[in-house]
Design a protein around this ligand. Structure first.
Ligand code: 5GP
Length: 190
């Protein structure tokens, strides 16, 4: 998506450890009008799929998911992060590794809010190795919910997540795909 690539070039900052910071417009300070344009694009891509729920993970996915959900007219459910493995009978839970913090945790969703009648669009800000997306897929599987696809704002295409998910036959749509990035040369898109 041209608009997004331009914004990443203008405001994105590359950090050591393969981290792209876009927190000036996407996940710390949120440019609401801009993120709504991303939401419209997700709706153009997945609007005909019968999605009745958007699923993301706290915290950085929530703003994007909510602004997108207004075009789908559906609720957002966000998986909560828990530091301990969760044995609660009331929740679906899956293990996840945090790319940015390097820690392992569990993500949980109340059984009340996700079930077999749902058709889910999974959304997140970044796709790197695919752990977050995999945990959300796992939760949908436990719930018996159907997954329409995965929408990602920025995929780092040189990492393995996208390839592995697509190899499983999952529809993954990324609004910007980074081919490479480093401190010296900056960012190139696919
Ligand atoms: P994955 O689970 O696919 O390895 O990583 C995706 C998750 O890690 C996303 O939820 C995102 O919050 C975080 N993440 C991965 N790479 C980056 C990055 O380059 N910048 C930022 N800000 N977050 C990232």
């Amino acid at each position: 998506m041209q608009l997004l690539e331009e914004r990443i070039r203008k405001d994105g900052k590359v950090y050591d450890g393969d981290i792209l910071k876009v927190d000036g417009f996407l996940n710390h300070r949120i440019d609401v009008g801009f993120v709504c344009e991303l939401g419209k694009e997700f709706h153009r891509l997945f609007g005909g799929c019968g999605v009745n729920k958007i699923l993301t993970v706290e915290a950085s996915g929530i703003g994007i998911a909510c602004l997108t959900a207004q075009y789908f007219g559906c609720p957002v459910v966000f998986a909560k992060k828990s530091r301990t493995s969760n044995q609660d009978a009331e929740v679906w839970s899956a293990a996840a590794h945090s790319y940015t913090h390097g820690t392992d945790h569990t993500v949980i969703v109340s059984k009340e809010y996700l079930g077999k009648d749902d058709k889910v669009l999974i959304l997140d800000d970044f796709l790197a190795n695919g752990c977050a997306a995999q945990a959300l897929l796992d939760i949908c599987g436990q719930a018996g919910a159907e997954v329409a696809g995965i929408g990602i704002v920025i995929e780092k295409a040189y990492q393995n997540g996208g390839k592995a998910l697509r190899a499983k036959g999952i529809r993954v749509e990324s609004l910007a795909r980074v081919a490479s990035m480093n401190l010296r040369d900056g960012i190139t898109f696919c």
